[in-house]
Ligand binder design. Structure first.
Ligand code: UVW
Length: 325
């Protein structure tokens, strides 16, 4: 529903999720990786068991792609990479003197940790006064003292991945702005693809949205920004919880429809799944090539591995996941 058509008050996220389940304390009062606790050696071997062809895929988008870096609207912007040392510096006479005649190039990057393919820390987004596991929201001030990206990066993510191609299921190159789907669509698409979503699977959902980003003028992409994606319902939350899904991986910037069309609430699944259940979110993940390949060979399950960078107190960190079929 558009904002103009809405006649009822948009509830607070806290009100919307009042009766919803939480996994706080389930893995201890000091837990910081949430549903990734579901991934152990058995789940890693289940992923390895899907390797049949030796095909590999890297799922990071390019940082500094000339067509732009897809970022959530607001203060975030593209990455800036700056050369500090190169041949030009030597030609200008400013190269460092070293023993021998070796020269080198060097650079630095300034970027939003959430501004490219990335994992969210479990404490990245919250409602009320508490982040994941009940830690006070004040622990985010000046750097995340709790539920930062670091514990996720230290653990890593390894398991059986399943790709659900929602764009293909809907017969589209990419889903429309604000287009929604839910867990029943995921299950139906999986059945059509001939793959089973199993308990503790890492879910990869292809919407085609990054293809839309790279093939659309920036103004059009950001006009009335409302990404397609999963949409909130208590049944969907229960499904994620019952299925013990450790990680949701999508090719959108925020893993869910931006505005819940029923309540109007902004990004409710960040709270319902990430904050409350501890489901990790991986965003802006390049799934186009993998989806094309799955369509070709009919293999939609594989070994999925990923480890975001180990940024102390980070709200998230860039990642280049690897899939092996
Ligand atoms: C926001 O922080 C708004 O979203 P994301 O989780 O996509 O970074």
């Amino acid at each position: 529903m558009s904002d103009t058509a809405r006649t009822t008050r948009v509830p607070t996220t806290t009100e919307l999720l009042e009766d919803q389940p939480k996994n706080w304390g389930k893995w201890g009062s000091d837990d910081e990786v949430g549903a990734l606790n579901y991934l152990g050696s058995r789940e890693a071997l289940a992923g390895v068991g899907e390797v049949r062809q030796g095909k590999t895929f890297t799922l990071q988008v390019q940082i500094g792609n000339p067509k732009g870096d897809p970022t959530f609207p607001g203060p975030r912007g593209p990455a800036r990479r700056v050369n500090i040392m190169d041949r030009g510096v030597y030609l200008g006479g400013a190269g460092p003197e070293v023993e021998g005649d070796a020269q080198f190039a060097d650079d630095m990057i300034i970027m939003y940790l959430q501004g490219s393919s990335q994992y969210d820390a479990l404490g990245h987004l919250w409602c009320g006064d508490q982040i994941y596991n009940g830690y006070p929201a004040e622990t985010t001030t000046g750097g995340m003292k709790k539920a930062s990206i670091l514990p996720i990066a230290e653990k890593g993510v390894v398991g059986r991945g399943v790709l659900i191609d929602m764009a293909c299921y809907r017969g589209k190159r990419w889903l429309d702005k604000g287009e929604t789907f839910d867990h029943t669509d995921l299950v139906a698409a999986a059945a059509q693809q001939g793959v089973e979503i199993r308990k503790r699977d890492i879910l990869l959902v292809h919407t085609g949205w990054l293809e839309y980003f790279y093939n659309t003028p920036r103004e059009t992409f950001y006009d009335n920004f409302n990404e397609p994606g999963l949409t909130y319902s208590p049944e969907l939350v229960a499904w994620f919880n019952d299925m013990e899904i450790p990680n949701l991986v999508t090719d959108t910037i925020a893993n869910e429809v931006t505005h819940d069309p029923v309540s109007g609430v902004w990004l409710p699944l960040h709270n319902a799944l990430m904050r409350n259940l501890g489901v990790t979110f991986a965003e802006i993940i390049a799934l186009h090539e993998l989806a094309e390949d799955c369509k070709d060979d009919g293999q939609y399950s594989f070994l999925y591995t990923a480890a975001p960078l180990k940024v102390v107190e980070g709200t998230g960190a860039p990642v280049n996941p690897i899939v092996i079929k």
